[in-house]
Design a protein. Structure first.
Length: 216
């Protein structure tokens, strides 16, 4: 009952989506439909939008630069790199088995580190820090392996490699620490208590970590 000019951004988005669905399209294209909304409204409208799309049964192509949004909304994800599809699959497939370093960085903000294969399915990330991977490694022992480290897979204060806190940020209930090992490797890890920049400690692997080998 109000003029379009009197509607908020979220209301205009809801009206636009309703109009698109009202004609019962065979395919619906949504080009960053939530980009201009504040975080709380974006989260609420995203959940409602998924309900509407699944209730309508319409095939939907949802374009977004928000990785969390893609993981939450999609049944299948196509990650684009320079106009080409770098990888296509379910959210779980792309998260757990990224095809290359670009997909790992883009989708999960992973840090790519060069490790050494030390036999079996084990690699050495840094001095004193070795890890067993969930899948076999195709290269021979001694060869270099590119490993994707996702946020939260390494923990500050756990037994492992000695490191120095080079950068620390607070992320609401957890601290993100970029730790430098003696050989110069930078490892992203988390801490539950404050960590001072320059503090010397240790970096270990969380028991439930699932690190992934990726192509450069």
């Amino acid at each position: 009952d109000r003029s379009v000019r009197a509607l908020s951004g979220g209301q205009r988005q809801r009206v636009a989506i309703a109009r698109a669905l009202a004609v019962r399209p065979r395919v619906l294209l949504l080009d960053e439909p939530l980009a201009a909304l504040d975080p709380q409204l974006r989260h609420e409208l995203r959940a409602r939008l998924v309900e509407l799309i699944r209730a309508s049964g319409v095939t939907t192509l949802f374009v977004t630069h928000d990785q969390a949004e893609a993981l939450a909304v999609a049944d299948r994800i196509a990650v684009m790199d320079a106009g080409r599809i770098a990888q296509f699959g379910t959210p779980q497939e792309l998260w757990e088995r990224p095809r290359n370093a670009f997909v790992a960085r883009f989708l999960s903000a992973a840090t790519i580190v060069t490790t050494q294969h030390i036999g079996g399915n084990r690699v050495q990330i840094a001095p004193g820090l070795a890890v067993s991977l969930p899948e076999p490694i195709s290269v021979s022992p001694g060869a270099e392996v590119q490993l994707a480290l996702r946020p939260g897979e390494l923990r500050w204060g756990s037994a492992g490699s000695t490191a120095t806190a080079a950068h620390v940020t607070y992320a609401g209930g957890v601290y993100h620490v970029m730790a430098a090992t003696p050989d110069g490797t930078l490892l992203p890890c988390t801490a539950e208590a404050p960590v001072q920049i320059g503090a010397v400690g240790s970096v270990g692997v969380r028991p439930d970590a699932r690190m992934t080998v990726v192509q450069p």
